[in-house]
Design a protein around this ligand. Structure first.
Ligand code: F0G
Length: 360
């Protein structure tokens, strides 16, 4: 039986590691690519979900973090720091712990999901809530890393991008080639940058040839209240219920535009309503529970389809970036916004059967 060894060992020859790199892994990557039956049926396309919530800390960040922390360990770092809307902090805290390092995280005031907060704390990170948004946190984290002996593990750290590009390799390995279109949420824009790099490096035409014959069009989607790339200027006070992507000035802005333009793709905005509808679609129809921000790619795909802009017959992969248990409160509301409460029943078979509609 083959045990998945984590993305560094699985793709060692395509990553900037050497025999001296101490590999810090929690078994990240090797995530399921799940056929989305209802999305396929509705769009007339072949739609797949790359379920990144199945990573060790339940988001795609782990792919980048195994690289960033391993390289930090190789450089002798003892302390790492990051700014985060939640998932990066959870991942950094876990991998720093595995490496025996100290981790400090800067999170925006009151806007991080409880699951992510508890992960960072559980893994022993020093967590500071900053009076500002994610962009403010990242500015401070970058300055700290310049002035003090701490390693920055945000996606401005190039090793993060290197690790995250492995998701594109896995998609190609699973499907036999790149898809026609790849949809994903865009926040700080590291992941769209990483996928595009990965797809590019995995074709037969690249310097180190890979199995793909082509690259996909990259379709990135930002939340409408936090869509600086769509607007063409930074957003001072980004707002969205999708706190993971509540970012007004993405660090990899230029690289995201390049991925869009070089691939013949798009970066569009989706509303919170569209995000929540896609979030609900995924859990109630496909059987895949994601956090709201993770559903932005699917929301975008459905919006393009609804606008008549989706050619049928295409093969499409949507990355769903983080697990639903990160931010479960959204599942406990009905479509009209009221709270869901369980039906109470006595310890009695007939009562339970009646409640289930099995009795007259
Ligand atoms: N989806 C989830 C669940 C995320 O946590 C993030 C980013 C994104 C999508 C967007 O990815 O930034 O590479 O464009 N979360 C970062 C964090 C900002 O701090 O956890 P991106």
């Amino acid at each position: 039986a083959h045990q998945w060894r984590g993305v560094i060992e699985e793709y060692r020859d395509r990553l900037p590691v050497d025999t001296d790199t101490p590999v810090v892994t929690l078994g990240e990557g090797g995530t399921p690519l799940v056929r989305a039956r209802h999305l396929s049926q509705t769009t007339g396309c072949e739609v797949w979900l790359k379920v990144e919530g199945m990573n060790p800390t339940a988001s795609f960040k782990d792919r980048g973090m195994t690289m960033a922390i391993s390289k930090a360990a190789q450089a002798g770092a003892r302390v790492v720091i990051c700014a985060s809307t939640g998932n990066t902090s959870a991942s950094a805290a876990a991998y720093a712990t595995a490496a025996g390092m100290t981790c400090a995280v800067l999170v925006p005031d009151g806007k991080i999901a409880m699951g992510k907060l508890s992960q960072a704390i559980a893994h022993g990170a020093t967590l500071l809530q900053v009076d500002g948004n994610f962009d403010d946190c990242l500015t401070v984290a970058r300055k700290l890393a310049e002035a003090y002996p701490v390693e920055l593990v945000n996606s401005v750290n190039p090793y993060r991008i290197e690790g995250q590009k492995t998701a594109a390799f896995e998609v190609v390995d699973a499907l036999g080639d790149a898809p026609d279109v790849h949809c994903l949420p865009v926040g700080n824009a590291g992941n769209i940058t990483a996928y595009w790099k990965g797809y590019g490096e995995y074709t037969s035409a690249s310097a180190q040839p890979g199995p793909a014959t082509r690259t996909p069009r990259m379709w990135g989607f930002q939340a409408a209240g936090a869509a600086p790339i769509v607007a063409g200027h930074p957003i001072d006070e980004p707002e969205t219920i999708a706190t993971a992507i509540r970012i007004g000035n993405p660090a990899s802005w230029r690289q995201a535009e390049q991925a869009r333009d070089d691939s013949g793709g798009r970066i569009d905005a989706v509303t919170d309503e569209q995000i929540l509808a896609a979030h609900r679609w995924l859990s109630s129809r496909e059987g895949v529970f994601v956090e709201p921000g993770s559903a932005a790619g699917v929301a975008g795909l459905l919006a393009v389809h609804a606008a008549g802009g989706l050619e049928p017959g295409q093969r499409i992969v949507c990355t769903v970036t983080g697990h639903g248990l990160k931010d479960p409160q959204w599942a406990l509301r009905t479509e009209d916004g009221s709270e869901v409460t369980p039906v109470r029943v006595p310890v009695d078979t007939v009562s339970v059967a009646t409640a289930l509609g099995l009795e007259e």
